[in-house]
Ligand binder design. Structure first.
Ligand code: PXL
Length: 282
């Protein structure tokens, strides 16, 4: 059985980071180990205030020590929201210890959205995140995070040519593949675009554009990409699956948008995801 370790916070309420990655990657038929980097009462976005934050950085190294003694091996290391610069440094050490020749390292450089950094992050954090991206095989920024990583101003009206140029530059950070979410070639479609520098090839996958912003969709998209690549899917297949699943989750949320303002309703979509992935499980 394929095995991912995903390292990100656990926001106790809000269906993002670990509480999204765990059900989604598990539903794909991939064993999912976790290291929580912090415990928050809720996530920090879309209207939550007064959340608690307990940093767990000091627990990560002892967990890694124990796992090393047990000889645990992971097909994929997938990092998401990290709470501090020190945590990024700890991730670099973790990757150094657990990466084997065939291990896939996926970094979702969670830092912001809509042109703004999330609460608690600053430019020094962005600099540190660049160095984590250098160690990754695949990075999964949204448009805001891509601009931050490249030290550019955010634009929400990128052409396909702009997106391609940014993707190529992102791979120059050191990863071989960059995937940018929120890519939109025209006013009716939205999805993701990717560039694999090893084969000098671009990929796109779009669905219908749905107005509004939906929290946690980045984590859901990244979880499906991580699970899909772990199952051996090609980049185009994983991209289509992740864009399709994210769109399904948004559509499932629309009728109860007010009730689910803090995330998306991914639960009714997991069955179909599991069914599709069954064909890839060996
Ligand atoms: O969805 C990304 C994310 C993960 N974890 C925490 C967050 C956010 C985005 O706001 O606040 C704690």
């Amino acid at each position: 059985m394929k095995r991912v370790v995903t390292i990100q916070d656990i926001s106790c309420f809000g269906k993002c980071s670990l509480t999204a990655a765990l059900p989604v990657i598990s539903a794909m038929g991939v064993e999912t180990a976790v290291i929580p980097t912090a415990v928050l009462s809720t996530h920090t976005g879309s209207g939550f205030t007064g959340y608690t934050f307990r940093d767990l950085t000091d627990d990560i190294e002892p967990i890694a020590d124990h796992w090393e003694r047990l000889g645990l091996k992971f097909d994929t290391i997938y990092t998401g929201y990290l709470g501090s610069r020190r945590q990024i440094a700890v991730m670099k050490d973790f990757i150094g210890r657990f990466r084997r020749e065939d291990t896939l390292v996926v970094v979702d450089p969670v830092m912001g959205d809509g042109g703004r950094l999330y609460a608690g992050f600053d430019n020094a954090f962005v600099t540190e995140m660049r160095s984590l991206c250098a160690l990754a095989d695949v990075i999964l920024p949204n448009q805001t995070e891509a601009a931050l990583l490249l030290g550019r101003d955010y634009s929400n009206s990128l052409t396909e040519a702009d997106t391609r140029e940014m993707l190529m530059r992102l791979t120059q950070l050191g990863c071989h593949t960059a995937v940018m979410t929120g890519a939109s070639p025209d006013s009716t479609r939205c999805g993701a675009a990717a560039y694999d520098s090893r084969e000098d090839r671009f990929y796109t996958s779009y669905g219908e554009k749905i107005d509004g912003s939906f929290h946690s969709t980045g984590d859901i998209f990244s979880s499906v990409i991580s699970g899909g690549l772990t199952l051996g899917m090609g980049l185009q297949t994983a991209l289509d699956l992740a864009v399709g699943f994210t769109h399904d989750c948004i559509r499932a949320t629309l009728p109860i948008r007010e009730e689910q303002w803090y995330s998306v309703r991914f639960e009714p979509c997991l069955g179909r995801l599991a069914q599709i992935c069954e064909n890839f499980i060996r």
